[in-house]
Design a protein around this ligand. Structure first.
Ligand SMILES: [Zn+2]
Ligand SMILES: [Zn+2]
Length: 202
């Protein structure tokens, strides 16, 4: 192939960037820039609206985010849960339940523990227990604390029908239901120890 034709072909391929649109069934439907604004049919038979190119590019940027940030960004944009039927039985219509997802908690440590131990050795050595003990007790209670990491906690909406709600008070069942939403599944894969709780009310 001559260089000009090769360059044209490369440019052509560049315009064929693939995006993904999520169908109501949860499947990712591959679309191209040229499909923007049109309707594609998912393998499940549903018609999936392909958003504008601007929105496609924006959502592609979201897909590149780590799971927790992606869930937060999509929640703020009103894009989640992205499924309509009940997350447990799939029947429509379902009410929206809220689930508290505690991925990680910040660890708080007493910063003075090491310093107090060192001071303790010195004080006991120099002055004996009578002076060292009250000083150490004072240090212990006045110690500032130091935080490691951040709270990684989010409340996510999930469609759940009234019949299935009692089933989902079990965290294991709740985890399985959450996983029907691909972004929540990614979040739980990233934080397998996440604590899940179905919040009361809707
Ligand atoms: Zn589908
Ligand atoms: Zn249900």
């Amino acid at each position: 192939m001559d260089p000009v034709a090769a360059r044209l072909a490369a440019r052509e391929r560049g315009s064929q960037v693939e995006y993904r649109v999520t169908c109501g069934c949860g499947a990712a439907v591959p679309v191209r820039a040229g499909d923007a604004g049109s309707v594609r049919r998912c393998a499940c038979g549903r018609d999936v609206e392909v958003p504008s190119l601007h929105e496609l590019r924006e959502s592609a940027g979201q897909e590149a985010l780590p799971p927790f940030l992606r869930v937060q960004t999509k929640l703020a944009a009103g894009l989640l849960p992205g499924i309509r039927g009940c997350a447990e039985c799939g029947r429509e219509p379902a009410a929206t339940a809220r689930v508290h997802v505690e991925c990680e908690r910040a660890r708080v440590e007493d910063r003075l523990n090491n310093r107090a131990a060192l001071a303790g050795c010195l004080l006991v050595g120099c002055f004996g227990w009578l002076i060292a003990l009250p000083t150490l007790v004072m240090l212990r209670f006045r110690g500032p604390t130091r935080q490691f990491g951040n709270d990684v906690v989010v409340v996510v909406p999930v469609p759940v029908c009234d019949a299935c709600r009692p089933v989902l008070t079990d965290p294991a069942a709740l985890g399985r239901a959450l996983r029907t939403v691909p972004d929540y599944a990614d979040l739980l894969d990233r934080y397998p120890e996440a604590r899940l709780e179905l919040l009361p009310g809707t």
